[in-house]
Design a protein around this ligand. Structure first.
Ligand code: C2E
Ligand code: MG
Ligand code: MG
Ligand code: MG
Length: 285
């Protein structure tokens, strides 16, 4: 994460995007150039095993260092990229870059390399005809074994209708893992879990935030784990920030987590030297 630096700038940028359409097209124009001039890069956030905090996988998260504006977060430019369709070439670059890095880690780290590398795929990308074919082509070009790649999609993207679900099934058929991202915040139809070829369910941070309160969020977090266990889905708790949250999740039976409590998104080299900083302690029930 770009720790605080350029935070104010991001807010200003956000306001402008809301109030000036001219600014929106400028973001899109700038983004087009950014792709060609090395202003974009990927950070990787560990997905860890609980309670030890050992590295299990990583999620690739795109960053844009704008030459004048400084760091701009994906929440600000991904929506613009989706609107303009620029997400298609941008997403293709992200996918290939993440796969190349995954191969590098396998060469450098051997058995200690991340077992899975997750890449976020937007609704627009999934709607694109032949997306699964492109994933296949990237795997062949990079030599990454399909089962090491995880494609993260939101419930909303899958519900987008059209060919999104077919595309997802074709990706799953390659041997690539599918994760349902931010689960619980979208349409949240449990029927989706039956029709969609999901392997991983990422429980949204908004539930994790309040898991220690013992109220409804805790009930939902527990129920989602029951569903995951019964359906052979891997449950990953997103956005774990405190030792208390980690301990409660572990007590509930969670085995995988991601969040600042364990590690922030970092450069690829950081992953090669990643060591767990926390072992979660069980809290008395
Ligand atoms: P996401 O896929 O749910 O990714 C998790 C987000 O939560 C990341 O924000 C990550 O930095 C942040 N996060 C992780 N742990 C914590 C925590 O403990 N506390 C807090 N407050 N935040 C935490 P980021 O990198 O800003 O990305 C935001 C969203 O932008 C992502 O949500 C994803 O939807 C989208 N995004 C990021 N990279 C890409 C990409 O390469 N392609 C596409 N299509 N979307 C992307
Ligand atoms: Mg994600
Ligand atoms: Mg998420
Ligand atoms: Mg989320």
């Amino acid at each position: 994460e770009a720790k605080g630096q350029g935070k104010g700038r991001q807010v200003v940028y956000d306001d402008r995007m809301d109030h000036r359409t001219a600014e929106q097209s400028r973001v899109a124009a700038d983004l087009r150039g950014a792709l060609d001039t090395d202003q974009l890069h990927l950070l990787y956030q560990p997905i860890v095993a609980m309670p030890g905090g050992e590295l299990f996988g990583v999620e690739a998260l795109v960053r844009w260092i704008h030459p004048e504006r400084g760091p701009i977060g994906p929440n600000l430019f991904i929506p613009a990229a989706e609107r303009t369709g620029l997400i298609v070439p941008l997403g293709a670059w992200i996918l290939e870059e993440a796969c190349r890095q995954a191969v590098r880690w396998q060469q450098e780290m051997g058995d200690a390399a991340p077992r899975t590398v997750s890449v976020n795929v937007s609704a627009r990308q999934l709607r694109e005809a032949g997306f699964a074919g492109e994933v296949d082509a990237v795997l062949r070009r990079t030599g990454l074994p399909p089962q090491v790649l995880t494609v993260e999609v939101t419930e909303t993207a899958v519900f987008d209708g059209g060919t999104a679900l077919d595309e997802l099934k074709a990706i799953a058929a390659l041997g690539v893992k599918i994760a349902l991202d931010d689960f619980g915040t979208g349409h949240s139809s449990l029927g989706l879990l039956r029709t969609c070829p999901a392997d991983i369910l990422k429980v949204d941070k908004s539930f994790v935030d309040d898991v220690t309160g013992g109220g409804e969020p805790a009930v939902i977090v527990a129920a989602l784990l029951t569903i995951c266990d019964g359906m052979r889905l891997r449950a990953v708790a997103e956005g774990v920030e405190t030792a208390e949250q980690a301990a409660e999740l572990h007590r509930l039976g969670y085995r995988y987590a991601q969040g600042y409590h364990y590690a922030r998104p970092m450069a690829a080299e950081g992953i090669t030297v990643y060591r767990p900083a926390h072992r979660d302690s069980r809290v008395a029930a």
